[in-house]
Design a protein around this ligand. Structure first.
Ligand SMILES: Nc1ncnc2c1ncn2[C@@H]1O[C@H](COP(=O)(O)OP(=O)(O)OP(=O)(O)O)[C@@H](O)[C@H]1O
Length: 522
């Protein structure tokens, strides 16, 4: 904890971006070019310091349920998920967040990655190279976030998956540049040998678990963000695959000065050596922030001996309550000492006045053009998935043809009189009921896609409206009852549509009413 309150010596080029000596305009222009730059960030060779200071996060018991749905006379008790969490992470290092289940690791990562509402974000709590971050949107731009559950479409190959991510996130690049970026990334992630293999899922076996995890990492670092956040990247992997993933992250951190912050459950002894700093959380509070050696010292000072079969981190989980108590008493001592504001804290207040001016971030080029581009890329992806989903593509095409012609043939016998109109209406309703059943059939596929959509849209890969339009364009021809209706209507070409029959029937009725009226008046 103490390390948080000392101003660390920064490497020379760490101030290139947000140097306090720069004028405000200079800082602003540099910072906005940083966010807007299509160039991969690592090329700037800038190092970063991400500081989280006294971050607390509280939610109401009913979470995101709207108040109008939550009828309770009892006032809900807020839950303090994170309590005054502070730490500093730097480029070229792996920083691990550890702790028992439900202790707030994922919540902390989600906040740092900017995945929270603007109104829940405390602007004073996160800074980059000593400049306060104003909004979650800024964090989303500079951080790649790999969630615990992967977000991959099983019917795309590894290369296609990365290529689609490049199309969404590197729009300014030419097709050749995107291709090169994907090739380089596959090389870096050790995925070249599975480039043309399908990602797969539980039903259709594809690439291995470790490779899946590496593809997920690739999807979120296609734009080469300087900060990469990963929620439990080793979960569900055997020890050698877990080690491979951590080794890969370590080499990525070192070779391109990336900052890596990850949450991890019980890392093995071999994994520990790749991690520079451990932030141990218990009930949302920090109980240790430092190296593994510092943790061993703390445990020894508390009078414990680490059993030979456990590493310091595993043992710390067993005595986490004692660590928590000891840390809270250390903290109260520190608070006593810090009643007078330290020079570091005063300096923090001064620099926080120089804000990152990124709110006016605008994507270059016309908005309409990009929307069109997104729709086209999404259509291409939808089409690939439908084409490769045999049950969807073949069955639907057959259904459209057989159903359409089958139902259409019924129309041949229908007479061209009022009775025919009634029969046509019956057939029309019958066909409509097929539309409903077809929607139900497509639902599981749509729901699987929807999960991916929600995650992609939340990280700003594309607009939800583009997805909807693309979805409609591609799915519409496969709504076979609709095709049946069109074919049926075409079959009854003598009158063209049920509508015209209805109109004709209505006119006839009007005519008959008139005749009856004339008869009765005469
Ligand atoms: N939106 C929410 N509504 C209600 N409770 C929440 C919400 N988000 C988080 N929590 C609670 O906050 C606590 C911390 O959750 P979080 O997912 O961050 O824990 P974690 O340390 O990542 O757990 P795990 O290791 O099991 O993934 C949990 O008790 C969780 O139930």
């Amino acid at each position: 904890m103490a390390s948080v309150f000392h101003q660390p010596a920064l490497e020379d080029d760490s101030r290139v971006l947000f140097s306090p000596s720069n004028s405000l305009e200079e800082t602003v222009s540099r910072s906005s070019s940083f966010y807007n730059s299509p160039t991969p960030y690592h090329q700037s060779k800038t190092t970063y310091k991400l500081a989280v200071t006294n971050l607390s996060y509280t939610i109401n018991h009913h979470g995101s349920i709207p108040t109008w749905l939550y009828h309770s006379k009892k006032k809900s008790k807020p839950i303090n998920i994170l309590k005054s969490v502070s730490f500093v992470a730097r480029s070229s290092e792996i920083h691990a967040i550890v702790g028992p289940s439900g202790t707030g690791k994922s919540t902390l990562l989600r906040i740092i990655s900017g995945r929270l509402r603007d109104r829940d974000f405390d602007a004073k709590s996160v800074s980059l190279n000593d400049f306060s971050i104003n909004s979650p949107a800024q964090l989303r731009k500079i951080c790649g976030f790999v969630a615990q559950e992967d977000n991959l479409l099983p019917l795309l190959t590894v290369k296609e998956t990365l290529m689609f991510s490049a199309k969404f996130r590197l729009k300014e690049m030419s097709a050749k540049e995107k291709e090169d970026r994907v090739e380089t990334l596959m090389q870096e992630l050790g995925l070249f040998h599975v480039a043309d293999s399908f990602v797969g899922d539980e039903e259709n076996r594809g690439i291995s678990g470790g490779e899946r995890k590496r593809v997920s990492i690739g999807v979120d670092m296609i734009h080469d963000p300087p900060i990469l956040l990963l929620d439990e990247p080793t979960s569900g992997l055997d020890s050698s695959s877990a080690l491979q993933v951590i080794e890969l992250l370590s080499s990525m951190a070192k070779s391109k000065r990336r900052m890596i912050v990850l949450s991890i459950h019980q890392p093995s002894y071999r994994i520990l050596q790749y991690i520079s700093n451990f932030l141990i959380l218990s009930n949302g509070s920090v109980v240790h922030n430092g190296s593994i050696e510092a943790l061993e010292e703390t445990i020894e000072k508390l009078g414990f001996k680490i059993p030979t079969q456990l590493n310091a981190l595993e043992f710390s989980m067993e005595i986490i309550r004692i660590l928590e108590e000891s840390n809270s008493s250390n903290l109260s001592e520190m608070e006593e000492k810090e009643k007078d504001p330290s020079p570091f804290l005063m300096w923090q207040v001064e620099i926080s006045e120089v804000r990152l001016q990124n709110d006016n971030y605008k994507q270059s080029g016309s908005c309409f053009y990009w929307s069109l581009f997104e729709i086209m890329v999404l259509c291409e992806r939808f089409w690939k998935i439908i084409y490769r989903t045999k049950q969807l593509f073949l069955a639907r095409t057959m259904q459209a043809l057989v159903g359409g012609f089958g139902l259409g043939s019924v129309y041949m016998k229908v007479n061209n009189d009022e009775g025919g109109v009634a029969e046509r209406l019956g057939l029309f309703a019958f066909s409509l009921s097929f539309l409903l059943s077809s929607t139900v059939e497509a639902l599981p596929i749509y729901l699987q896609e929807r999960r991916v959509l929600m995650k992609e849209a939340s990280r700003g890969a594309y607009k939800t409206s583009s997805y909807m339009i693309a979805n409609s364009i591609v799915f519409l021809p496969f709504l076979y009852p609709l095709d049946s209706l069109l074919i049926n209507e075409y079959w009854s070409v003598r009158r063209w549509s049920v509508g015209s029959f209805l109109l004709e029937g209505f006119q006839k009725q009007q005519y008959e009413v008139k005749i009856i009226a004339n008869d009765s008046s005469s």
